[in-house]
Design a protein around this ligand. Structure first.
Ligand SMILES: [Zn+2]
Length: 297
């Protein structure tokens, strides 16, 4: 079975990684009127109409920028992200702002946005050398943090996480809610892969730890992956069959959990007892694949 067709996985641009080492790459691109600049404030990207707002460098030369990131090239144009100083109010650029949960734009722009957000989140989270604590210098179009004391380069990391649709012998789906999610905000289970662990092991371990359910290791099936940079995550989606149904919650991680038939899900969506996460999330796609139809909750 082919993997799921997920949002943020249709990048239509060339990251042009070979250009990152060009001296003064960002400075040179900012002098070229054909360069296109998307603007980030925190985890939100500036949008305009039905797409991302793309500026000529001169049009955003007046805004306070913490860093410029080189995203790559498409159709002969180079793309930069201008990461605004988050502590400053948003400048008046006559734009709207959207985060990844609500970003409904064409493939090229979606790919540029997730790359920009992920890279910007790295710089927001790490400003100093993890080895010696010295302040790092951002180089190579934002793809390297250089430690000037040790003369070493640090690169952005991606942390693997698993997210899994677990079903029982009656094909009911396991849905759970974390203690910080609002009422009805149930979803499939997810968790970070631990050091020294494979993906399938993480699926089985997280399911056991969070709800006390045993997964048949032979049934674990990969369904696709999606970048979700909060923080630095690569969400890897699976489905698997449980061999037990009794739920024993890990109480600090899971506020409620239960098995849902398709009828249960349809009813809960209609009454508002179930509200699933947004159209861009892999969780929704895993649930919809099991459900067999789009969820309009
Ligand atoms: Zn260092």
């Amino acid at each position: 079975m082919p993997v799921l067709d997920l949002p943020f996985t249709h990048a239509a641009h060339d990251r042009a990684a070979h250009r990152r080492a060009e001296p003064n790459l960002v400075e040179d691109l900012l002098k070229q009127p054909g360069t296109r600049v998307l603007v980030l404030h925190g985890s939100d990207v500036a949008t305009s109409g039905r797409g991302i707002a793309l500026f000529a460098p001169d049009d955003v030369a007046h805004v306070a920028v913490r860093a410029h990131l080189f995203l790559g090239e498409a159709d002969g144009a180079a793309y930069l992200a201008a990461v605004l100083v988050e502590e400053e109010p948003r400048p008046d650029l006559d734009v709207d702002w959207a985060g990844m949960r609500t970003l409904d734009v064409p493939d090229l722009e979606q790919g540029l946005a997730v790359e920009a957000i992920a890279l910007a989140e790295w710089h927001a989270a790490q400003t100093h050398c993890p080895r010696c604590g010295a302040a790092t210098e951002v180089t190579q179009g934002g793809w390297v943090q250089h430690c000037p004391v040790e003369d070493v380069n640090h690169f952005p990391r991606t942390e693997p996480a698993v997210i899994m649709a677990i079903t029982d012998a009656d094909d009911r789906l396991l849905l759970a809610r974390g203690p910080h999610s609002g009422p009805g905000r149930r979803s499939v289970l997810a968790g970070f892969v631990e050091p020294g662990e494979g993906l399938e092991q993480a699926v089985a371990r997280e399911t056991w730890e969070e709800v006390g359910v045993v997964v048949d290791p032979e049934s674990i099936e990969y369904r696709g992956s999606q970048s979700w940079p909060f923080p630095a995550s690569l969400m890897m989606g699976f489905r698997a069959r449980a061999t037990t149904t009794r739920i024993v919650r890990q109480e600090d991680e899971i506020a409620e959990a239960g098995w849902f038939s398709r009828d249960d899900v349809a009813t809960a969506l209609a009454t508002g007892d179930l509200r699933v996460f947004g159209r861009t999330s892999i969780a929704r796609f895993l649930i919809e694949e099991w459900f067999g139809a789009p969820l309009d909750g």
